[in-house]
Design a protein around this ligand. Structure first.
Ligand SMILES: [Zn+2]
Length: 214
C-alpha cells in the first residue's frame, strides 16, 4: 500500500481494502497489554475507516514544525501527544511486516500506567479518545473530519399534554444508545429511538418545561 501526495488529493483515500478478506495475513494485530482488548478492537475499527486514516496521516503535528535544529529535536517530547501517537500507531499498522505491534506509545499518551490492567468501558474510552483528538488538532482538517464523522446533533422536543408548553433542546452527541434486543435490525432500533414517548408524572415534567421557558 502506498500513500502519495497526489493520491491523497483525491476524494477517496488511496488504501486498497479489496484483498483484505482473501489475505487476512496482510492485517496486523495489536498486542494486549493486560486488559486492553476493548481498546484494541476500537483502534482496529477506527483504523479501518478510510477517511479517518487518510486524515490522521495528513495531519502535521504543530510541535514538529517549530523545530529548527537538532538540539530542539532532541528535547522535543511527544510522548503525551495523543494525535501524534495515534498517527505513529496507524503508520505501523499499515506498514509493518510484523504480526502484531504494541499500543504502549498510545496508552502512555493517555497518561496510563496501571490502567492497562483494568478492564474499562469501550464507550467511555471512545469518547475520551475522540474528544482528546478533537481538542488537540484544532484548526486542522483532521479536526473537521473527526467532528464530521463522529459527532451529530439531535433535538429533543418535549410538550406538555395539558397546557402545551414546550421545550426544544439541541445537543451534540457522539454515540447513541440503541436497543437491539427483540428487534430484527438496526433500522428498527433507530425507529424505536425516535418514537415519541408519553412521560408520566405530568406535574414534574411540566414544571421543568415551564421553568425552562422563563
Ligand atoms: Zn403543562
Amino acid at each position: 500500500m502506498s500513500f502519495s501526495q497526489q493520491q491523497s488529493n483525491s476524494l477517496l483515500p488511496s488504501f486498497d481494502f479489496s484483498d483484505c478478506e482473501d489475505k487476512p495475513s496482510n492485517l496486523t494485530g495489536l498486542n494486549n497489554q493486560g486488559a486492553t482488548c476493548y481498546l484494541n478492537s476500537m483502534l482496529q475499527a477506527l483504523f479501518m475507516l478510510p477517511e479517518l486514516r487518510r486524515e490522521v496521516f495528513q495531519w502535521q503535528c504543530p510541535l514538529l514544525s517549530t523545530i529548527t535544529n537538532i538540539e530542539q529535536a532532541k528535547t522535543l517530547d511527544l510522548s503525551r501527544n495523543i494525535p501524534y501517537q495515534l498517527q505513529k500507531l496507524f503508520a505501523l499498522l499499515q506498514e509493518t511486516d510484523r504480526l502484531s505491534i504494541p499500543t504502549t506509545g498510545l496508552t502512555k499518551s493517555f497518561g496510563w500506567q496501571e490502567q492497562v490492567y483494568q478492564q474499562s468501558d469501550v464507550q467511555e474510552l471512545y469518547t475520551i479518545l475522540l474528544t482528546a483528538l478533537k481538542e488537540n488538532t484544532l484548526g486542522s482538517s483532521l479536526n473537521e473530519t473527526i467532528q464530521g464523522l463522529f459527532w451529530g446533533e439531535m433535538t429533543n422536543y418535549t410538550e406538555c399534554q395539558t397546557c402545551y408548553s414546550s421545550r426544544l433542546r439541541r445537543e451534540s452527541f457522539n454515540n447513541l444508545h440503541i436497543t437491539v434486543k427483540g428487534l430484527s435490525d438496526l433500522a428498527q432500533g433507530f425507529d424505536k429511538l425516535l418514537t415519541p414517548e408519553i412521560m408520566s408524572g405530568h406535574r414534574n415534567i411540566t414544571i421543568n418545561i415551564e421553568r425552562n421557558e422563563r
